[in-house]
Design a protein around this ligand. Structure first.
Ligand code: CTP
Ligand code: CA
Length: 236
């Protein structure tokens, strides 16, 4: 324990955190993006470093100061994020926390010159942007790991309830689909948007029926609760 009583229970571990939101370029001046602020991922990286871990923070388009003790790798696109995460995993990762919002799709083609407003035969049409699927980084890590038990894989999910089920039902289904070891399900809904300072999350483990709910509270407290779950699942 440190002087303030907090644990150093990740000493000797390499923790990889992805944070922020990817940008998928369309032309030299435009991209498809999302509203992820990176706050939760940065809070996780800072807390893991405080607990003694070596931390690699793969950061996609985040406008925040680097957390103390973390090595930051900046990326822009989903493909770059996948590369950076794979490199960090190959460097003996014990834990990967996929807090980043990775675009599910990217423009099929990149225009090397700016797309001009005057478009089509009579210069008055609008272009149609074709999209292709991005790789699912987390699913790839699960597949690459195979039967091994490292790295421990944490997924995030922002869920709203809908006619198909409530937040927890969607989260349980996503955990099973993804095959990760811990899913952090964020409740999003009317009035709850990315970039806020507090959140409510549910922590789900495969083969554990109980769900731990944390919040509404600050992202630092959420980070601490997530890492408590990781430490308890890793054992000693
Ligand atoms: N994720 C990923 N690669 C992607 C998309 C998502 O690694 N191309 C990761 C996210 O970082 C997150 C988890 O998968 O940890 C769940 O992301 P989410 O968007 O909630 O799930 P999807 O499977 O993309 O399903 P959907 O967007 O349809 O809800
Ligand atoms: Ca998605």
């Amino acid at each position: 324990r440190r002087a303030d009583g907090s644990p150093v229970d990740l000493a000797g571990r390499h923790v990889v955190v992805s944070a922020g939101g990817t940008r998928e370029p369309l032309d030299p001046v435009r991209f498809l993006g999302n509203r992820s602020s990176g706050k939760q991922g940065y809070a996780l990286a800072a807390e893991a470093a405080r607990r003694g871990a070596r931390v690699t923070l793969v950061s996609a388009n985040v406008d925040l100061p680097a957390p103390e003790g973390a090595e930051v790798v900046d990326v822009e696109t989903g493909l770059q994020l996948q590369d950076a995460v794979h490199q960090a995993v190959a460097d003996d990762a014990d834990v990967v926390v996929m807090a980043a919002a990775v675009a599910d799709f990217r423009p099929a083609a990149y225009a090397t010159r700016k797309i001009k407003k005057e478009h089509g035969p009579d210069a008055s049409e609008a272009p149609v942007v074709e999209l292709v699927r991005n790789p699912d980084v987390l699913a790839g890590l699960v597949a690459d790991r195979g039967d091994r038990d490292r790295p421990f894989l944490v997924g995030f999910a922002a869920e709203t309830g809908d006619d198909q089920g409530d937040v927890l039902q969607h989260a349980r289904a996503k955990l099973e689909r993804k095959g990760c070891d811990l899913l952090v399900a964020n409740e999003v809904g009317p009035g709850v948007t990315f970039g806020q300072d507090t959140s409510t999350v549910h922590l789900l483990r495969p083969d554990v029926a109980d769900v731990r709910t944390v919040g509404p509270t600050g992202k630092d407290k959420v980070a601490a609760a997530v890492l408590d779950e990781v430490v308890s699942a890793l054992g000693t």
